[in-house]
Design a binder for this molecule. Structure first.
Ligand code: UD1
Ligand code: CA
Length: 476
């Protein structure tokens, strides 16, 4: 049985990014660059796909080589990976050698080392598997992934002899004019025979650029007449991100892929060029996404919703048949049939139950709002629990902060809060109670009673024969 371990190089600062954030932590479609590479590694199909060539299995977490801001990267990925440290960034060959102490600890000892770079986020599990399969089939010492392109830019060039036999990978910096015109480039995915790799790396000299290039191993293997195999993939899968221009163009490609996946699964996206959906978002059928919408983080949108225009929804769960127009939602839950906007804001902890209607210029934070409740205009609910069939009049505010503590407001089912009511928390408005326009409520309001004024006093107390009602009649 052939076992393989994966080594991911991520020690570089990413100088060309001109950033204090390590390159592999730059977000791409809502996930750090490195997460995309780890996803691909974890998606390598299981043993059976290598069947004609024997089997290859891995039971090891990927070994990630870190250097610049290692602690920050470790914190982001925790025990999803094993980590090796490359103290000084002396090149990709030097980086792989830095992984040796960690790889040497793996049991059983892997025969094959799959190396990829942390800055090529479009690589897929199938492509990594193809390189592995070819490596096994050819019993090669090195197998690497190449791509053909008319604009080879800063990729290493793949040099072959007249018979097509691999001779070397030459980096752009050191390429001759003729080599610069070669249109087969190195994608940065390799399989190595482990024993050969460690021997060759420890003997690898510094090159003219003062670095130890992993790519120089190809010429060494060639001079030793070792078997070198290649797999040719698409350039798109192997674009490396070195600067923010490449980051933006990969983001665009990835975004397009994500949007197409949703459209093919039954989501209407009116203007894909003006719609931004992160990789971790799910959307139900027959939902329509209007222009200027950003759906980010782990957001779930139900079926038959209408989202946008001009809407951002982050880390939220939206039920079926919801409408959200020109609004911003964060860490919010909407049950089915909720309608929001235009121009409203749900902050973390907002939970709007079935058929809540939240109109314009309203804000809800850390509050539960019950079924069929209306808050149409200019209001703020913070740290509140609101019952069913409540009407929140225009301009209602929960004064939830007394300068020291956040206090709760509770509003019972069927209550009617008059326009411009100030609810000075902690305070409770009982079921079916009413507050008059402009009242400042500083004391609990008993169920069914009516309060008015500043501060609010009881105008009417329900008689024993008055039927308490939860349906509040017209709400406007
Ligand atoms: C590299 C290849 C090039 C290939 C291209 C594909 C080499 C010498 N060149 O060039 O042939 O076409 O990728 O994308 O390998 N890293 C370390 N430690 C170091 C240096 C780099 O961990 O000392 C890491 C970086 O963080 C990065 C990866 O290795 O994730 C690749 O390094 P980078 O400098 O981006 O190489 P390229 O110039 O893109
Ligand atoms: Ca690169």
């Amino acid at each position: 049985m052939n076992t393989y371990a994966t080594v991911v190089l991520a020690a570089g600062k990413g100088t060309r990014m001109r950033s204090t954030l390590p390159k592999v932590l730059h977000p791409l479609a809502g996930m750090p660059l490195l997460a995309h590479v780890l996803n691909a590694i974890e998606a390598i199909p299981s043993t059976s796909s290598f069947a004609p060539y024997g089997t290859a299995t891995t039971s090891y977490p990927p070994v990630v080589v870190l250097g610049y801001e290692a602690a920050q990267v470790k914190a982001a990925f925790a025990d999803r990976c094993l980590y090796a440290i490359q103290q000084e960034q002396l090149g990709t060959g030097h980086a792989v050698l830095a992984a040796k102490p960690v790889v040497d600890e793996l049991e059983p000892i892997p025969q094959t080392i799959l190396v990829c770079y942390g800055d090529t986020p479009l690589i897929s599990g199938e492509m990594l598997a193809r390189v592995l399969a070819e490596h096994l089939a050819r019993r090669a010492i090195i197998t690497f992934l190449t791509a053909r392109t008319l604009s080879p830019s800063d990729f290493g060039r793949v040099v072959r002899d007249a018979g097509g036999r691999i001779q070397a990978i030459v980096e752009l910096k050191r390429a001759t004019e003729e080599q610069k015109r070669i249109n087969e480039v190195n994608s940065g995915v390799y399989c190595f025979d482990r024993a050969w790799l460690w021997t060759a790396l420890s003997a690898l000299p510094r090159n003219a650029s003062g670095e130890y290039y992993l790519t120089d191993l190809v010429a060494i293997a060639n001079s030793q007449n070792c078997e070198i195999a290649t797999v040719t993939g698409t350039l798109e899968e192997t674009i490396g991100i070195n600067d923010r221009v490449q980051l933006a163009s990969v983001e665009q490609l990835l975004r397009r892929r994500i949007l197409e996946r949703h459209m093919l699964a039954g989501v209407t996206i009116i203007d894909p060029a003006a719609t931004y959906i992160d990789a971790g978002v799910s959307i139900g059928r027959d939902t329509v996404i209007l222009p200027g919408t950003m759906l980010t983080g782990k957001t779930r949108i139900g079926a038959a919703c209408r989202i946008g225009p001009g809407t951002t929804i982050d880390q939220s769960s939206i039920g079926d048949h919801c409408v959200v127009r020109n609004s911003a939602l964060e860490e919010t839950t909407l049950e089915d049939g909720v309608s929001i906007g235009p121009f409203s804001h749900c902050r973390p902890g907002a939970y709007l139950a079935r058929n809540v209607r939240m109109g314009n210029f309203a804000e809800v934070k850390n509050s539960f709002v019950g079924t069929e409740t209306d808050m149409h205009h200019f209001s703020y609910l913070g740290d509140a629990t609101v019952g069913e069939h409540v009407n929140i009049g225009a301009g209602t505010i929960t004064a939830n902060y007394d300068g020291v503590r956040k206090n709760r407001t509770t509003i019972g089912d069927g209550a009617s809060i008059g326009s411009d009511t100030m609810l000075v928390a902690p305070v409770t408005v009982g079921e079916g109670a009413k507050t008059g326009a402009g009242s400042v409520v500083i004391q609990d309001v008993p169920p069914g009673s009516v309060v008015v004024g500043v501060p609010a006093h009881i105008l009417h107390t329900p008689q024993p024969n008055e039927v308490s009602t939860t349906e509040n009649g017209k709400k406007e």
